[in-house]
Design a protein around this ligand. Structure first.
Ligand SMILES: Nc1ncnc2c1ncn2[C@@H]1O[C@H](COP(=O)(O)OP(=O)(O)OP(=O)(O)O)[C@@H](O)[C@H]1O
Ligand SMILES: [Mg+2]
Length: 257
């Protein structure tokens, strides 16, 4: 559904970081990108969201080449929460979340539909008690949830989340991952997220993409691709996979090599 075809991208001119990469994200599924620091997860997400433009290759959603769409049209199709997020000093949470309505033409009107979407985004991310606070006065995890709420308010079919749980305590990590699951199951939203926690990736993903050095080195269902060998190759960490039953498993690291 969301496809990158023959993507080549560099940060430093003439030094390609990503070369001829192809990716096809399945519609209506949760896909997680795993890989070590610096492997290119955020870069790939930024290319799929059109935040960064590759010097070669195209990104498609269904049959639409995103290169041919205006940014407002893209924002009605894809919402993105980046790894690092800033907001103006005087902006409160509710106003930030309301910006998610900007791509939809009547965002300025305080109509019932806009209000109910904003309220839904705020309550889904547990922000009701702090909706009037300034975004920049929030803790890292609260701020992360405010930006996720803004993305939810965009009401897109595709949601890209770069490390949505990194700053969150364990309660809110599970809260966000359960929300991701619910958005996928109940609204059919296609999710692409970056996680560092292998066990959360196994539990919450239909599909996993493993990156190393700007390349996709494995892709498939968690049970088919996550094993001791892959983890050793990618992260240089030894450990064991424990199978709870046919569907559930988890990884226990034993040694960083
Ligand atoms: N704006 C930039 N300018 C120059 N180089 C960059 C820039 N952003 C990223 N890079 C480089 O590109 C490579 C991939 O970075 P990227 O942020 O995509 O990695 P990542 O897999 O998301 O890592 P992390 O797990 O630390 O978030 C790294 O070597 C990084 O230094
Ligand atoms: Mg990153």
């Amino acid at each position: 559904m969301l496809r990158g075809e023959n993507i080549s991208f560099y940060y430093v001119k003439d030094k390609a970081f990503i070369e001829n990469l192809n990716i096809n994200i399945p519609k209506g599924k949760i896909t997680t990108i795993l890989g070590p620091n610096g492997s290119g997860k955020s870069t790939l997400l930024s290319i799929l969201s059109t935040y960064n433009k590759p010097y070669k290759g195209e990104v498609y959603i269904e049959d639409k080449n995103l290169n041919n769409l205006k940014s407002k049209e893209i924002a009605r199709l894809i919402a993105t929460v980046h790894q690092h997020n800033e907001s103006p000093a005087d902006l409160d949470v509710e106003t930030l979340v309301s910006y998610g309505r900007v791509p939809h033409k009547k965002h300025c009107e305080k109509d019932d539909e806009n209000e109910s979407i904003i309220n839904w985004a705020i309550s889904s991310t547990n922000l009701d008690d702090i909706r009037e606070k300034k975004v920049m006065s929030l803790s890292g995890g609260q701020r992360q949830r405010a930006f996720i709420a803004m993305a939810l308010a965009q009401k897109t079919d595709v949601l890209l989340l770069d490390e949505p749980t990194t700053y969150l305590d364990i309660y809110h990590q599970i809260g966000i991952l359960e929300l991701v699951k619910k958005l996928n199951e109940e609204h059919g939203i296609t999710i692409i997220m970056v996680l560092h926690d292998i066990n959360q990736a196994i539990k919450y993903s239909h599909n996993i993409v493993v990156m190393k050095d700007g390349k996709i080195i494995q892709e498939g269902q968690p049970g088919d691709i996550i094993n001791e060998k892959t983890i050793k190759t990618v992260y240089n960490v030894e450990g064991v996979i424990c199978n709870i039953n046919e569907e559930e498993m988890y990884f226990v690291p034993t040694k960083a090599c």
